[in-house]
Design a binder for this molecule. Structure first.
Ligand SMILES: *Cc1c(COP(=O)(O)O)cnc(C)c1O
Length: 365
């Protein structure tokens, strides 16, 4: 079986370095909010081209705490509307509703799966205060156009970069376009810890300061609490793992890009619609998602041919039981996407032989 993603194999490449980093932390006797986190935050901020990175417990918290900080700073208030793509992972929406903000779900561009500036502009009302573009599957959203809209209508922009580490447009990386961005380092993400982790990136010093307090019980100074904060810290061990993995991120992304181009050039079955992108720099290829009207048959057929594939995501957030109030919304583009998408293996370790096998099997479907 060709697995969708063999994480043990991915991390085995760096096993010695990871173990050394782990031992280094164990030996210090300092496991939370220490030198590894500080170093990772500096290195990740540099990587993204921003002034500040703030480590938190996971990607959902990165988004939630940013919106929360904007509320604390008086830039958002309960009831404000946030425009967000309807076809995203539910975490993007949870961060909004957790803060008593109102998600305005808009249809994506069918070719990119991402926000379309024209549709976003039509959704703007007097209550709109923010846009939350999700760089889904690793493809950066049309940020120059979205930033222009945000400037024009005085909106905040929070990028969801959970799937797009390193993707850039016009040479500028995701995570540096918006007022802030949330990253996930869930183990299966392009930059993955060996457990849960996340980060916020921003150039706004006040925002960075507020988030640093919020992640630590609302406190900058021990026993002095200025907000009703939470406990959402990035552990020293995970920060140390991430420092190792960050140094290989661009190499792994390049391997994903080679594979994506191979799929794009060699999959020629008329039943399959391939993803589109302008240039490799814009796409980090967290996922390689194809469309097929006979998706369920295709997935079964791939499985019969020893190829594991997954669906990201089979049910859109507005169709979930958790969001009953949105169940009746009509979002046909999003719903159609859910029924036709299929994610092919695109791990940095997939061999040419495995890729050739996948391509041949798909072309014979
Ligand atoms: C993974 C993911 C998140 C949440 O990240 P966690 O670290 O799992 O909390 C948020 N948004 C998107 C688009 C994701 O893919």
């Amino acid at each position: 079986m060709i697995p969708f993603l063999d994480l043990a194999k991915v991390n085995a490449q760096y096993q010695q370095e990871l173990k050394n980093a782990c031992s280094r932390v164990i030996d210090t006797g300092w496991y939370i909010m220490g030198k590894e986190l500080e170093a990772f935050e500096t290195e990740f901020a540099d990587y993204c081209g921003v002034k500040f990175a703030i480590g938190v417990a996971n990607g959902l918290d990165a988004l939630t705490l940013t919106l929360r900080a904007w509320k604390e700073l008086g830039k958002l208030k309960a009831g404000d509307e946030v425009i967000v793509p309807a076809n995203t992972y539910i975490a993007s929406i949870l961060a909004i509703t957790e803060n008593d903000l109102v998600p305005v779900l808009v249809e994506p561009n069918i070719d990119t799966y991402n926000l379309c500036p024209t549709i976003v502009e039509k959704a703007i009302t007097r209550k709109t205060k923010a846009i939350l573009p999700v760089h889904l599957y690793g493809l950066i959203s049309p940020m120059p156009e979205l930033i222009k809209l945000a400037d024009e209508y005085n909106l905040l922009v929070l990028e969801d970069c959970a799937q797009s580490h390193g993707a850039k447009i016009n040479g500028k990386k995701c995570g540096s376009w918006g007022d802030a961005a949330g990253f996930s380092f869930y183990p299966g993400k392009n930059l993955g810890a060996l457990g849960d982790a996340g980060a916020i990136t921003t150039n706004d010093e006040n925002l960075a300061r507020a988030i640093k307090a919020l992640r630590n019980y609302g406190s900058h100074e021990k026993y002095k609490n200025i907000y009703q904060g939470v406990n959402s810290r990035l552990d020293e061990i995970q920060a140390a793992m991430l420092r190792v993995k960050l140094s290989y991120l661009d190499i792994e992304t390049d391997q994903r890009r080679v594979l994506a181009n191979k799929y794009k050039n060699e999959i020629v079955n008329a039943k399959i619609r391939l993803p589109s992108w302008n240039n490799d720099e814009e796409h980090a290829f967290h996922l390689f998602v194809i469309l097929c009207d006979e998706r369920d048959e295709l997935q079964k057929y791939l499985e019969d041919n020893e190829i594991q594939s997954l669906i990201h995501y089979p049910v859109a957030p507005h169709k979930q039981q958790a969001y009953e109030k949105f169940n009746s919304l009509s979002l046909p583009v999003t719903e159609n996407i859910q029924n036709c998408i299929l994610s092919l293996p695109i791990s940095s370790l997939l061999s040419v032989d495995q890729a050739n096998h996948i391509i041949k099997v798909i072309n014979d479907f």
